[in-house]
Design a protein around this ligand. Structure first.
Ligand code: R1P
Ligand code: URA
Length: 289
């Protein structure tokens, strides 16, 4: 059955609804960044840019870096945007836009998030890098799709130790792609487990004028332990990226430039330089391994 115009929305120029991209305009290797301005920071390293498009917070440049075709796309902030970006990227490769039917042959994308994050462990300092081995979703995106429950043992430990029921949330846990992760696991990279939440302030325990509902939650997060694993950092997209990649059959890994240390109260004095180092590291690992 062809997908109806209300489900698969194709613009008059043949591009997908929000991303404004046509199927031939994306590469199989995709870097996602939160900030639209970071797209240029990645593509400035390309030897050649073949395609640029931007709509809302979703900006894409496709080009070639040292002979490898790569797309870089901004997701904006939050897992609500991840739902749009990942469903539309998948549609671009796995749905035939002429017949509106699912393709017989599945294409798996390699997707690497280059993002920023706050550490909850004093030992993971600002300006360091962290690869998220697990995305721990305090958002609800995974729950909206038929799924296998993810890593339910880890999720249960999170629920119990952090008493998430009190916050009316049901955490889920999804792993990164082990094969893709290997490319980036150098001595420069911390490995960790990342909580993704729906906001930057209260949901990450920040207090400006409003009191977070769960006083001391970041300390409990820092002290969490399950099967030898800690929770290391907080941000706003990784769990959604891992959840949809797993469900749609793509390989994903989330790399974080640690800009804040919530345990020590420090914030990076050189955030741009740190993100720039992570971008260059990521591009080189994509082509060199
Ligand atoms: O720098 P990016 O990739 O946007 O990632 C982090 O920064 C934003 C908050 O400042 C959130 O999107 C969070 O996940
Ligand atoms: O503390 C931080 C820093 C960057 N991004 C986040 O979501 N949190």
């Amino acid at each position: 059955m062809p997908l109806s115009p209300s489900e698969l929305i194709i613009n008059s120029d043949g591009s997908i609804y929000h991303l404004n991209l046509r199927p031939e305009q994306i590469a199989d290797t995709i870097i996602t960044v939160g900030d639209p301005e970071r797209v240029t920071e990645v593509s400035k390293h390309f030897n050649f840019i073949e395609h640029k498009v931007g709509r809302r917070e979703f900006h894409t440049h496709t080009g070639t870096y040292r002979g490898k075709r790569i797309s870089v796309i901004s997701t904006g902030i939050g897992t609500d945007n991840i739902d749009i970006v990942f469903n539309e990227l998948d549609a671009l490769v796995n749905i035939d836009f002429d017949s509106r039917e699912l393709k017989d042959q599945h294409t798996s994308l390699n997707i690497i998030r280059v993002g920023t994050s706050g550490s909850v462990q004093p030992s993971i300092g600002v300006d360091s890098f962290l690869l998220s081995q697990r995305g721990i979703g305090f958002d609800s995106l995974f729950h909206w799709y038929e799924n296998d429950g993810g890593d339910s043992a880890f999720a249960k430990a999170v629920q119990e130790q952090l008493n998430t029921q009190r916050l009316n949330i049901v955490p889920y846990v999804v792993h990164c792609s082990e094969t893709l992760a290997k490319r980036f696991q150098t001595i420069d990279m911390n490995n960790g487990n990342t909580i993704t939440n729906v906001g930057f302030y209260g949901p990450q325990g920040r207090k400006l004028r409003l009191n977070p509902a769960a006083e001391g939650l970041n300390d409990r997060i820092a002290n969490f332990e399950f099967d030898g694993h800690q929770i290391t950092n907080l941000e706003m997209e990784t769990s959604g990226i891992y959840a949809l990649s797993k469900l749609l059959g793509h390989e994903a890994v989330s790399l974080n430039a640690i800009l804040a240390n919530r345990a020590t109260g420090a914030f990076s004095e050189q955030p741009q330089e740190t993100v720039e180092r992570l971008i260059k590291f990521t591009l080189d690992r994509i082509v060199e391994v």
